[in-house]
Design a protein. Sequence first.
Length: 184
Amino acid sequence: MLVVSSQLSNGDFMEIRYDTLTLRVVAPTGSPLRFACGEYVCQVGDAGGNRLPLAVLDRDTLTERYRLAPGMHLIPTTQGAITVAADATAALGAPARQLIDLADGHPLLDLTGWGLQLAFDESRQALLARPTPDGTQFARIENGQVRLLGTLPPVRQCHYAAQRLACVYGGNRLGVWSIAAPMS
């Protein structure tokens, strides 16, 4: 399920849920909303009209393990769980904040300044991007560290899947680049 959430100008939250296979709208469920989050369950909800921070629960007991800071979301990837700022925008993907241990929320790596590109396939691979004076750097998380893959000309509107990256660059040109397979 894909959940699109937005805070309206009056402070209310609006959420629309889509089936990821058909893109049909899924009827809303009551609060809280729970969904698979790696080996755990993530939960979002409201209390008296106020959005509660995302909680990570034990899959078997639904006991709360920890909560993220307000305004943060969690994206489980094959490289680990990455927190992103919910209310910020980034030209090169979701604004990444930290790689965390999904089991206890402990920060493992600061990712401030990087945008997160999640693969548009079932691989759950994450690619990091950030602007530099020379263009756009791309990297991935390997062995708990950021591994720089290379620099492209300034790009925008990127899509990543199956070790391929497609971006708009140089006005309205479309470029497709091959991304190296992760080191094992």
